[in-house]
Structures are given as C-alpha cells and as structure tokens.
Design a protein around this ligand. Structure first.
Ligand code: AMP
Length: 248
C-alpha cells in the first residue's frame, strides 16, 4: 500500500506526474480540482456553489473540500494505494489530513514563477476527453481541436492572468506553509518540475526508491508531453464527480 500527496504551484504538472505514478503502480489518482470541475461542467448543486470561487482562483471552503476528499477516499477502491493532488491546500486541511490518513510521502514539484505563467497561460483543456494541451511545446494538428478525440479545446476558467495571480498568492501564503507541517511529520521530497514529464517522473521515483516507469507507460507519456497536466479520463472524472456531488 502506497499513499502519496503531490503538491506544487499551478501548472507544475501535478496531474501529469500523479497519472504517471498511478499508472504502473496501480494507484488510484484523486484530483480534488477535477472533482470540482466535473461538478461545474455538469451543473450540479455543488458546481453552482464553487464555480465563481474557482474562476476567481480562490480556494473552495474547507468544509466542502474536506468532505469531497473524505468521501472520495471512503470508497476504498485503492487496494494498492492512492496519489492525491490538490489537497491539502492550507493548514486546516493538512491537519485534517494528518489526523485521518498516514501518508508515505509528500512530493513537491518545484517550478519558478516565470515558468508557471508561461505554462498556465498556454494551457488548453479538451472538453471531450479532459486532456490538457500545452501550446508552447506542441500545437494540435487541427487548431482548437483535440488530437485524441477531436473535442473542442478550451481555456480553463481559472487560467487567466487575474485568477493565476490569486492562485499563486494563495499557494505562497496558504499552501507553502503546509510543507513545514509535513516536513516535521512526513517524508517530503522536492523535485525540479522544469524538465520533460518523463524526466520529472524518473526523479520522483528515484527519490522515493521506486522502480522505474514501465516502458509502455513511458511511451504513452511521450504522447502526453504536449500536455503538462493531462487530466483523468472523462469516465473516471464522472465517477469522482458523482461521488463528490453527494456532499454538495
Ligand atoms: P486545481 O485543479 O488543483 O488547480 O484546483 C482548481 C481549483 O479547485 C482551485 O483553484 C480551488 O478553487 C479548487 N480546489 C481544489 N482543491 C481544493 C482544496 N483542497 N481546497 C479548496 N479548494 C480547492
């Protein structure tokens, strides 16, 4: 059983790295942001509650974020463990998390602010399959359309200059201090998030003492290198979202 948390500024590649780690270790990937986004896209009661907060780049209330996370983890579908990104985001959430789950390691993706802006403002999200594209490294064959499913590519509502400024400030003010708490209690590793995704993944595994990525996962991830933060499949978001919506 392996239980990991991935933390890092917006655009640092948390989802990408969580997906690569989860793939061949049979971990369940849990993204709290994806659960909220699913609810917004599907116009649930929770979606209506969080939409404006998310678009402004602010944090959703702790009670709701904790309920969504607890409810998702309570499914206990993670026989081999889980990797969670997007939680905890502040001290209260970290204390809740530490009281409830014992974590093997916290993975911190480190990226300079100048690079974050470049990545986030060039990120596009496929409404069909949820893959994220980074237009800096690769443009889709048909502009505005996903190479994988042909779906429309949109900009995340919170990937704007204004919302990014708020998200970065929130990260530095509220999320960063959580690391001090973790450093005292848990095993924290810090990884340079600037290299290509496979290189970042290799470094994570090396620091955690895990086996290297299996070749086919590595190959798939070449495909996803156009994406710094591909999300989970629509189906998986659906199941996460429907779970999450119960706590609205
Ligand atoms: P992310 O995809 O992790 O960048 O999350 C997108 C947005 O979802 C954040 O900017 C917050 O509005 C909300 N969110 C995600 N996780 C949390 C959390 N743990 N606590 C509060 N809000 C969250």
């Amino acid at each position: 059983m392996r239980k990991y948390v991935i933390m890092g500024v917006p655009g640092s590649g948390k989802s990408t790295q969580a997906a690569l780690l989860a793939a061949d270790l049979d971990l369940v990937q849990i993204s709290v942001g994806d659960i909220f986004r699913w609810n917004v896209q599907n116009h649930t009661k929770m979606g209506a509650q969080v939409r404006r907060i998310m678009a402004a780049g602010e944090l959703v209330g702790d009670d709701l974020a904790e309920a969504v996370t607890a409810e998702r983890l309570a499914q206990h579908d993670w026989n081999f463990g889980f990797v969670i990104d997007g939680f905890p985001r502040n001290r209260r959430q970290a204390e809740f998390f530490l009281e409830t789950y014992d974590i093997d390691a916290i993975i911190v993706l480190d990226l300079p602010d100048s690079e974050i802006r470049r990545r986030v403002l060039n990120r596009r999200l496929c409404v069909g399959c949820g893959i994220n594209y980074n237009l800096i490294d690769s443009t889709p064959a048909v502009p505005g359309r996903c190479d994988a499913c042909g779906g429309e590519l949109t900009t995340r509502e919170d990937d704007t200059e204004e919302a990014l400024a708020v998200r970065l400030r929130t990260y530095h003010e509220k999320t960063n201090p959580v690391l001090d708490l973790f450093r005292r209690k848990e095993y924290v590793i810090t990884v340079d998030a600037r290299p290509v995704p496979d290189a970042v993944q290799a470094e994570i595994r090396q620091q955690l003492g895990l086996p290297p990525q299996k070749p086919q996962d590595s190959q798939e991830s070449q495909e996803s290198q156009k994406s710094q933060e591909p999300q989970e499949s629509q189906e998986s978001q659906k199941s996460q979202g429907s779970q999450g919506s119960g706590s609205a």
